[in-house]
Design a protein around this ligand. Structure first.
Ligand code: PXP
Length: 260
């Protein structure tokens, strides 16, 4: 399994202060040194985390392939074509969303997606489509010219979190998933089955299959069981974990510097 490390959240922290700390290129270096097979970044239309200069620098300095996520906005596609990442992943984008909430709507935006794939293809950039795990979405992705799909694992991850994490007891509980455990357990199995079937269908029609969104140290083993998925893109949980694997050292170091 290839691991794509999504470093957007390092830029989220940087942008909160508008300083170059944490330095995204340091994150790139550490991720590559630690075994990332790919770096994934998302150049959002609202530039809430990754900036245009980050895209240029990350593509220039990365020792591993860079997977650039983007919307189908014409200006963004133009930038992506010029930057020449190893791959583009088309994702849906809404200004008000906290994160990418669902897969691309391939039916409403078919013409725009097809045109974006065509432009990327002209620039020799293979395209992946971030889609919900349905058979129709897989079939349509192929028809639109994608060479790869990334299955959205957010629904699976949300159910898993409601069953097995502290999420239901926090402010971020998912109201629509406040259900009895046995119902959630069935939904979890259904979500895994949907991913399994979608992955199988995608591989059978010659699409490469990635998956991502909401994957973490607890739930990733379910996805590892799906043989057709050959790449995972993971961000939030890795950056969140790094806080706690590094916070003690960071405090100790500052404590040392502030001793008299
Ligand atoms: N894959 C895609 C297409 C995404 O949009 C994201 C979120 O930016 C991820 C993977 C990573 O998701 P997470 O940060 O929840 O691991």
């Amino acid at each position: 399994m290839k691991l794509g490390v999504n470093i957007d959240h390092v830029a989220v922290l940087r942008e909160a202060r508008k300083v170059n700390d944490p330095d995204i290129l340091q994150a790139l270096y550490v991720a590559c040194e630690s075994g990332a097979d790919q770096i994934t970044i998302h150049l959002r239309e609202d530039r809430r985390h990754i900036q245009d200069s980050d895209v240029t620098n990350i593509i220039r300095f990365s020792k591993v392939p860079v997977n650039l996520e983007c919307s189908i906005d014409e200006e963004i596609i133009h930038i992506v074509c010029n930057e020449k990442p190893h791959r583009a992943t088309l994702v849906p984008e809404k200004r008000e969303e906290v994160t990418t909430e669902g897969g691309l709507d391939l039916f409403t935006h078919a013409d725009a997606i097809k045109s974006a794939i065509g432009q990327l293809d002209q620039a020799s950039i293979p395209t992946s489509l971030f889609i919900d795990p349905t058979i129709e979405a897989i079939t349509h992705s192929k028809e639109l010219g994608a060479v790869m799909v990334e299955l959205h694992t957010g629904h699976f991850a949300n159910i898993y979190a409601m069953l097995h994490s502290s999420l239901p007891y926090s402010n971020h509980t998912i109201k629509t998933l406040e259900l009895p455990r046995n119902v959630l357990e069935q939904k979890l199995q259904d979500a895994i089955d949907a991913l399994q079937q979608a992955a199988k269908h995608a591989a059978s029609i010659g699409l490469e299959v990635a998956a991502g969104h909401g994957l973490n140290y607890q739930n990733v083993h379910h996805i590892m069981g799906i043989q057709e998925i050959t790449e995972l893109n993971i961000g939030q949980s890795i950056v969140a974990r790094s806080l706690f694997s590094g916070l003690d050292k960071a405090v100790r170091e500052m404590k040392r510097l502030t001793q008299r």
